[in-house]
Design a protein around this ligand. Structure first.
Ligand code: NDP
Ligand code: 2IT
Length: 446
């Protein structure tokens, strides 16, 4: 940290009290920027850090809806429009009881730099609600989504702000929200990504975050002349990102031995093959059950209340939520021989764990680089919507792969430029920041 970044961090903490996740995300970026700020005094002169840590707009609203008993329920809705220097605001919606302003500000701030790394013209935003979809009927989810979109619709648009999914928001929720937008506005337009294939969605968007995280790890492995062949991989979560991470790793010769949810972890030493993964997809995406049922079905171990990090592996793919790898988990992973970590989730490692991985010089891909394939493919969905045509899955997958190669390349080059080769944290933060900061300078005081 420098005098400038210290001052900025103190201000961010003072101006955004009780938002520890936002402070954490900002601090990690500030810690990377010292060499760039020193070489480019124009950033400090134009108060770029003061501006880039302040969202352009924060929208907060009431979401009332009827549950199946006919009672009124009230949730809180949000959209953080953080930075539009390089394109319309873009980023997911999270529906989870832990959602509050601080979570969405951390996610939106990460999204600004992540979207910059994708090479596509997208600004950063994030939104969501403290609504908990667990245990709700389809009709309840629909009524909630309709009420949420009744307010959100006035703030978004295909050239303004284009939300997508995140935790608790998948194809079902995107469908209900898209339907309500169309009904209110009488416009069939690309205001959301992650849409169904029959109504404007892109092939490979469901797969993209998980595939992208594996492609990023593949690039990191290539720097050491290695592949996934024969490597044991642990994956956390069992939602969208985790499922397609397992699928791609298995295709590339890796063996995935864990999945988890907020109740516990399954450990399957034989590996989660295509047939077992199909069971997980039906369990999680259709039946909306618990991962324990995998252990019941296939007769493997279930570790109630545990995370997967004590299972020995070469590669780990945290794909559930923020701060799911603590310092002790990090030490255990390293002690058991893990040397590749690709973050499918956003900010899944506590700062002390990140510091340890960087210090030990393992192949550690931070989320804003490693999971950028999801939003990148959302960008490709927007392009297809604008052109009113659809690319084949091979075309989209090839573009996704090329983007992940480019994200990796930018990280490697920026880390070298900062005199810290192999440090993907510095690389991602610096490469993501410079593009946005220069665009802000070009556009004057906005
Ligand atoms: P899903 O809702 O599909 O799945 C989330 C998974 O993580 C579930 O297994 C869930 O378990 C688990 N989980 C969620 N919150 C917690 C928690 N507090 N503690 C323990 N487990 C938890 O979400 P996604 O797969 O889409 O998202 C996973 C991660 O990837 C998130 O960090 C998200 O921000 C990130 N991400 C997602 C992208 C996307 O395109 N979807 C793109 C880039 C990043 P349970 O069902 O028990 O809650
Ligand atoms: O965190 C993320 O990058 C996402 N949830 C995906 C955002 C998007 O607009 O596709």
């Amino acid at each position: 940290m420098s005098a400038y970044t210290d001052r900025i961090f103190e201000t961010v903490v003072a101006k955004n009290p009780a938002e520890p996740e936002f402070h954490q995300a900002v601090k990690e970026v500030l810690e990377s920027l010292a060499p760039v700020l020193e070489k480019n005094p124009q950033y400090e002169a134009a108060k770029i850090l003061e501006r880039i840590t302040e969202p352009e707009r924060v929208i907060m609203f009431r979401v009332p809806w009827f549950n199946d008993k006919g009672e009124v329920e009230v949730n809180r809705g949000f959209r953080i429009e953080f930075n539009s220097a390089i394109g319309p605001y873009k980023g997911g919606l999270r529906f989870h009881p832990t959602v509050y302003l601080g979570i969405l500000k951390f996610l939106a701030f990460e999204q600004v730099l992540k979207n910059s790394l994708t090479t596509l013209p997208m600004g950063g935003g994030k939104g969501g609600s403290d609504f908990d979809p667990k245990g709700k009927s389809d009709n309840e989810v629909m009524r909630f989504c309709q009420s949420f979109m009744t307010e959100l619709q006035r703030h978004i648009g295909p050239d303004t702000d284009v939300p997508a999914g995140d935790i608790g928001v998948g194809g079902r929720e995107i469908g209900y929200m898209f339907g309500q937008y169309k009904r209110i506005r009488n416009e069939f337009t690309g205001i959301l990504t992650g849409k169904g294939l029959g109504w404007g969605g892109s092939l490979i968007r469901p797969e993209a975050t998980g595939y992208g995280s594996v492609y990023f790890a593949e690039e990191m492995l290539k720097t050491r002349g290695e592949t996934f062949e024969g490597k044991t991989c642990v994956v956390s979560g069992s939602g969208n990102v985790a499922q397609y991470t397992v699928q791609k790793l298995t295709q590339l010769g890796g063996k995935c031995v864990t999945l988890s949810d907020s109740s516990g972890t399954i450990y399957d030493p034989d590996g989660i093959d295509a047939e077992k993964l199909a069971f997980v997809m039906d369990l999680k995406n259709v039946k909306r059950g618990r991962i324990k049922e995998y252990a019941d079905k296939f007769g493997c171990e279930y570790r109630e209340g545990e995370k997967p990090w004590s299972v020995a592996c070469e590669c780990a793919f945290p794909s559930a939520t923020q701060n799911e790898i603590g310092l002790e988990d990090a030490k255990t992973l390293l002690a058991n021989g893990c040397y590749v970590i690709s973050e499918g989730a956003n900010m899944p490692c506590v700062p002390e764990a990140v510091d340890l991985f960087v210090e030990k010089r393992i192949l550690y891909g931070p989320g804003k680089a490693a999971n950028a394939g999801g939003v990148a493919t959302s960008g490709l969905e927007m392009s297809q919507n604008s052109m009113r045509l659809a690319w084949s899955s091979e075309e989209v997958d090839a573009k996704l792969n090329a983007i992940m190669v480019a994200v990796h390349e930018q990280c490697v080059k920026a880390a070298e430029m900062c005199g810290d080769p192999g440090n993907y944290v510095v690389g991602a933060n610096v490469a993501g920041f410079v593009k946005v900061a220069d665009a802000m300078l070009d556009q004057g005081l906005v």
